[in-house]
Design a protein. Sequence first.
Length: 257
Amino acid sequence: MQIIAHRGWSERFPENTHAAFSAAVTTGCQGIELDLRLSCDGVVVVAHDASLAAYGGARRPISQQTLAELRQQCPVATLAEVLDRYRSVELLLELKPHAGPAWTRQLLAAVCAQIRARAVRERVMLLCFQARVLQAAKLAVPRVRVVRNCELIPRANATAWFAQHAYCHAIDAHFSAWDPTLVALARAQGLRTSAYTVNRVPELRRCHQLGLDLVITNRPLFARLWLGRQGLGRQGLGRQGLGRQGPSSQELHHHDQ
């Protein structure tokens, strides 16, 4: 089970910032998930919300501000910086459709252009809650891995739904959505299984027991240490192994709450 740092090490550092990304790399996680939007001057920036209001910035939409204006409010990272700086981990790039279909197409075009220009197709995945955006991404960069985000998986027609997404690399659903039947149906279509946002021991245990391929967490170090306590060793923890001794029983009990 691979550990993906949700917006970097967002448990301890401001999410979607270089501080969070750099710290995540030190945990030995296998990947970093981050969110992408487009500034009005055509720069792909890293941000989850439509504006920077939640971080003390203006309520004006990111799509209506230049990169320079955004950086006067917060230390906004760009996709170009992320691709250049974090080469030791996989990057899960979530596209945030916004400001209408035409603007979303511009965002996708700008992201795909950078993937091609930097020849990083093999170490990135493109995530989105909208299937049509992922389908367009596959046309723009044919062998890029795409991941369908969803909160829930439609159980009534799960077999057909997974078949419709066979072009994807993985399905990323809320951790509560997965059960053994759905995991088996996904794998029957050659799909990897991913869960978000897995921050507590009961959630980690459930994902581990289900045999999910990836978990996205705000707490990448804790998740890796917990896995170490399950006796997975380096093979289960990835190529970098554990950064320090596993969590104590007291730590695990505390985070079980």
